[in-house]
Design a binder for this molecule. Structure first.
Ligand code: SAM
Length: 397
């Protein structure tokens, strides 16, 4: 039997709630027993007890507000949609808006539109202000050439400034949802720190609550970043010159590992370093996924589509990053993959976040390993840098 529009809508809703991509849900055209009820609006909120959803029932003369857990929210919404309930539902997520209409005869129809706005990603915090977490007039932003004396982005730097703000918002959210925060001082490493935008942003954001080390192979960038940190009184951050795989062992225990746009398999070196150092939260934004492309042998059915280079490239990116996520799950992490800034800011905008409750993982999880191996086999992959670094043989069964 064909799924109804309602079924399709509820499936998308379930995904949006569990992946926390829902930015807003509105229910309208109420046809139930309550003569004063007009509309229901649902938004994500972060409470001390964890992620919840805020429900506002709009009545003719008053609003009723309640915060519900994700499971309770799903049940409440499911029960509120239908012929004798709210007939219209509008779901807004990071990537799309989905509209459900229920007709008088009970049949329902779904319409999906891709969003053309910057996705809200993981930043739905209760107390989020319109303003940004990093002061645009921060001296370090000016010294790195991002802003001018008035705190406005210099020509060509608006996207970078937005990316920095978005990154700290996302980080703040991940820090909460991963349960980190109880630690007196977070030990953070940023691998492939480059010009230090994001490293310095975290140092600015977290102050004395963090000790941050940026690792970067270009000594000139390291020198500049250390100078900027000193000049602007950010003693909680230091930059070290070297290669990720050489420097990682000297970092000792870590709470958080970050690697944004570290090239190709440097991302895998960074992830593995985070796993080894006991990091509870790993946040990477991979780029230049070259390693797998020569190995990929997709099933014959995909061959005609894959004669287009761009599809091959996207497939290589997908397989590389999906295997990273599966391997991290096998290593005991929960993972989430999402778009952290809009494509208009940078095309390299996929973020993989992984967190675990315990610092150490004794053994790899068989179910996770099987998922990674099955996927690798499907695409003919025998070598993957992260698998190698984690001691996983992708070919064994
Ligand atoms: C594209 S930049 C990104 C910089 C920064 N993470 C950001 O997102 O703004 C990548 C940086 O990683 C550095 N890098 C790449 N591979 C590295 C490795 N194996 N060890 C240390 N640094 C590396 C490069 O020199 C470059 O500065």
């Amino acid at each position: 039997m064909q799924p109804t529009g309602r079924d399709q809508f509820l499936k998308l809703l379930q995904a949006a709630l569990s992946e926390r991509t829902l930015s807003r849900l509105t229910l309208g055209k109420y046809r139930g027993d309550d003569a004063t009820l007009q509309k229901l609006t649902v938004r994500p909120v972060d409470l001390k007890s964890g992620p919840h959803f805020s429900f506002v029932w709009r009545h003719a003369t008053r609003d009723i507000t309640k915060n519900l857990s994700p499971a309770a929210a799903e049940t409440e919404i499911t029960q509120s949609i239908g012929l004798d309930q709210f007939r219209d539902a509008h779901l807004f997520t990071a990537l799309q808006s989905v509209q459900l209409e229920t007709r008088d005869d009970g049949r329902s129809r779904v319409r999906i539109k891709m969003a053309n706005h910057a996705p809200p990603t993981a930043d739905a915090t209760h107390n989020r202000t319109k303003d940004h977490l990093i002061d645009r007039k921060a001296g370090w932003l000016r010294d790195l050439g991002i802003t001018n004396d008035r705190g406005l982005p210099r020509t060509g730097q608006s996207a970078k400034l937005r990316q920095i703000q978005k990154f700290v918002e996302t980080f703040t959210h991940l820090q909460k949802s991963s349960g980190l925060g109880g630690e007196a001082v977070l030990r953070i490493a940023d691998m492939g720190s480059g010009k230090g935008y994001l490293t310095l942003a975290l140092a600015d954001l977290l102050g004395s609550k963090a000790e941050i080390t940026g690792i970067e192979r270009r000594a000139d960038l390291v020198e500049t970043c250390n100078r900027v940190a000193q000049t602007h009184d950010l003693p909680n951050v230091q930059f070290r010159s070297g290669r990720i795989d050489d420097e990682a062992s000297g970092l000792g225990r870590l709470d958080v590992l970050i690697a944004l746009h570290a090239c190709d398999t440097a991302t895998d070196d960074a992830i593995a370093a985070g796993v080894d150092a006991g990091a509870r939260l790993i946040v990477v934004a991979p780029c230049c996924q070259h390693e797998l492309r020569p190995q990929l042998s997709a099933p014959a059915v995909l061959a005609p589509a894959l004669r287009h280079g761009i599809f091959q490239e996207r497939q290589a990116e997908f397989v590389t990053d999906a295997l990273r996520a599966l391997l991290l799950e096998a290593a005991g992490f929960e993972t989430r993959v999402f778009q952290f800034v809009s494509t208009e800011h940078t095309a390299k905008n996929l973020m993989l976040a992984a967190w675990r409750a315990e610092r150490t993982t004794s053994t790899m999880r068989p179910a996770g390993l099987k998922a990674a191996r099955d996927m690798a086999a499907f695409y003919g992959i025998t070598r993957h840098a992260l698998a190698r670094r984690l001691g996983v043989d992708l070919e064994s069964s």
